[in-house]
Design a protein around this ligand. Structure first.
Ligand code: SF4
Length: 300
């Protein structure tokens, strides 16, 4: 099976947030052994040479990495579409002034219309959570506005769990007007969030009820993409901070050998991937064409 054109590179495993449901904690790997900066450039070259078209920089929190900007420049020099998935805290004016030309997409997570709910979910800086509060909503909305003003294409991510199951964020979403809005059924992954996430889990039916309440945004031009646990499983091409593909298909992360050690093709052969789910969750969309240039084929 050939490597799909969209890759999530979890190159920075550390985060300043404490989300209880986080399934990208990477406490199961030797994070101190993360790829050196120079090897990261090499990895981007390998991806581009293998036909990758879009790289999403994911964490942890990617903006904590001091050389994220240099990776963005490198990715653009390889004609890759770039995306950053961030909690928003590092998308400062200073960061965006320096690097916005190299950023095609930004994804920011907002789960609730109320920071009391974010606090219950741990969606806030560790410093704020220690003081019994979250100030995520305001920070995320500021970051969103800064990005939007710079012409960066925006997507919103929302994790649906026990804490926000009865919440309605339609109004906020319609103010933000993301191009794409992904809603995820909170996903338990052994070795990442077990022992923490259990009280937040929701059934597929509960998740779909939440989806039903919010699906009207599609009529306003937002591409709303709900992802059940089943659709999220095995359907993302993911590379960790040690330069290995990994899969969540078995309910825990399973890592291949390093791409830089055995080559990207061989490493991809070692990975488990569900192409059907990848297509079903719209893993391929027109990430290059600007909305004003949309044509009939554009699902993005
Ligand atoms: S902001 Fe993202 S990476 Fe950080 S703890 Fe929350 S879910 Fe995990």
């Amino acid at each position: 099976m050939t490597l799909p054109p969209a890759v999530n590179w979890h190159f920075w495993p550390w985060c300043n947030y404490g989300c209880t449901f986080c399934f990208a904690t990477f406490e199961d790997i030797d994070r101190s052994n993360s790829l050196e900066k120079e090897l990261g450039f090499k990895l981007l070259e390998e991806m581009a040479a293998e036909g990758v078209e879009k790289v999403t920089f994911v964490g942890g929190e990617p903006t904590l990495c001091p050389w994220l900007g240099e990776y963005l420049v490198k990715a653009k020099s390889l004609a890759l579409t770039t995306c950053i998935v961030s909690n928003g805290t590092g998308l400062s004016e200073e960061f965006l002034d320096s690097w916005h030309e190299y950023i095609d997409w930004v994804g920011i997570s907002i789960d609730a219309s109320d920071d009391r709910l974010h606090y219950i979910m741990g969606r806030g800086t560790k410093a704020d959570l220690a003081e019994g509060r979250s100030r995520h909503l305001e920070a995320a909305l500021f970051a969103w506005e800064r990005c939007q003003k710079l012409g960066i294409r925006m997507k919103l991510n929302t994790v649906v769990c026990k804490a926000n199951l009865d919440n309605d964020i339609t109004e906020i979403v319609l103010q933000m007007m993301p191009e794409r809005w992904k809603a995820f059924q909170v996903l338990p992954i052994d070795g990442q969030n077990d022992g923490r996430v259990e009280d937040l889990l929701v059934s597929e039916d509960e998740f779909l009820e939440w989806v039903e309440r919010h699906k009207g945004v599609s009529n306003e031009g937002i591409n709303f993409i709900p992802e059940t646990n089943e659709l999220m499983t095995g359907s993302y091409v993911m590379i960790d901070s040690l330069g290995r593909f990994y899969s969540n298909i078995e309910g825990a992360h399973k890592y291949t050998r390093s791409i830089l050690e055995i080559g990207i093709e061989e490493a991809w052969r070692e990975n488990q991937f569900n192409e059907h789910h990848f297509i079903e969750r719209e893993g391929i969309y027109d990430w290059r064409t600007l909305p004003s240039m949309d044509n009939d084929c554009n699902s993005g």
